[in-house]
Write a protein that binds this ligand. Structure first.
Ligand code: NAD
Length: 345
């Protein structure tokens, strides 16, 4: 039988990104699947060397390989360059941002039974970066919502629900105030929902009410579909329900390419200290395996990661343990490979 080798673009990112990328590679290679990692750099260091934080070779590499694993990249607040993350998603038309939030037994959190999937529109809304000063004392940001982008993200959410045996899609909006833009988003979700009647339930919630409901009764919700900004905020909230940003994976999916990255950022204060939690990037790697059709390997990576945390064999600091980034990844990798894992002392 021919052995499949996957060429994957690896963008380690900055801050805690490079050490998390090493950890994720260790675990993914333990599946026995052959990877060729095409390592490319983006972010502030590239700005100094290449005059842009996102050199062409990064986009070319992803276009060629059609799949990338990415660590977080710092975005300067206020001035400085435009977010590399946002530019990447827009340039490759990675229109669906998928962010599952599922409880891990044993992780300290308010709930033990959360199982949410956030589907965030990833290309428009207030992320177009269309803003300007109006005189010196006012600023204007323009929110763009189109029928095209809203229809395809709604379609993605319902298709995801069908393929993954999920029961309900909830559209989240603020159409009571933004009657045209969010109104259009909601109208598109309602239109798409009609095609799935009898197969997937549909309902909608105003975003502020949604936040309160998620905090009080997350078990009532299943797949959520949201415009870009609400999706960004609500997915952090959902991460908080299952143990924090350290364990929240994500995927940016388009028709031509897909980039897998954690929900969290570059956490600069922990950079280079071997204490950051690699779980989110490892689980993003499992989403990548699933996307590649390597379902068995994806199940093994998810099972080993969740298992090591749940039974307390090893835990990083954000989950109340003492394991360093490298040690934690090694314990998971050993379990993925089927080796016996000694209990952590
Ligand atoms: P952050 O996610 O980096 O950090 C928020 C909090 O969570 C901090 O307390 C941090 O220490 C902790 N945290 C995050 N990930 C962790 C991990 N793996 N292990 C342990 N603790 C972890 O968010 P921020 O501070 O708002 O952003 C820092 C930088 O990251 C900013 O420049 C921001 O623009 C960027 N960012 C990038 C991405 C991306 O690359 N996709 C996403 C979000 C933020």
């Amino acid at each position: 039988m021919p052995v499949v080798t996957y060429r994957v673009t690896l963008i380690p990112g900055d801050g805690i990104g490079p050490e998390l990328a090493d950890a994720a590679v260790t675990v993914l290679e333990a599946t026995g699947i052959a990877f060729v990692w095409e390592r490319v750099e983006a972010g502030e260091a590239m700005l100094e060397r290449h005059g842009t934080p996102l050199p062409d070779e990064v986009l070319e590499s992803i276009r060629r390989n059609r799949v990338a694993l990415k660590g977080p990249i710092t975005t300067p607040v206020g001035g400085g360059f435009r977010s590399v993350n946002v530019t990447l998603r827009q340039a490759l038309d990675l229109y669906a941002n998928l962010r599952p939030a599922r409880s891990i037994p044993g992780v300290d959190s308010r709930y033990q039974d959360v199982d949410l999937v956030i589907v965030r529109e990833n290309t428009e809304d207030l992320y177009g970066g269309i803003e300007h000063m109006v005189g010196t004392d006012a600023a204007e940001s323009i929110k763009i919502i189109t029928r095209h982008a809203s229809m395809r993200i709604a379609r993605y959410a319902f298709e995801y629900a069908v393929k993954n045996g999920r029961r309900k899609v909830t559209a989240v909006h603020k159409a009571n105030i933004m009657k045209l833009s969010d109104g259009l988003f909601l109208e598109c979700c309602r239109t798409v929902a009609q095609d799935y009647e009898g197969r997937v339930e549909f309902e909608d919630r105003i975003v502020d009410n949604m936040c309160m409901q998620l905090v009080q009764k997350p078990e009532l919700y299943d797949v959520l579909v949201l415009p870009n900004l609400y999706g960004d905020i609500v997915s952090d909230l959902a991460a908080g329900l299952v143990g924090g940003l350290g364990v929240a994976p994500g995927a940016n999916i388009g028709t031509q390419a897909a980039v897998f990255e954690p929900v969290h950022g570059s956490a600069p204060k922990y950079a280079g200290m071997d204490i950051a939690d690699p779980t989110a990037l490892i689980l993003s790697g499992a989403l990548m395996l699933r996307h590649l059709g390597e379902v068995d390997a994806a199940d093994r990576v998810e099972g080993a990661t969740r298992g090591v945390i749940s039974d307390g064999t090893a835990r990083p600091r954000d989950l109340g343990g003492t394991a360093g980034t490298r040690e934690f990844a090694r314990v998971i990798a050993d379990r993925v490979a089927g080796a016996t894992v000694p209990a952590a002392g």
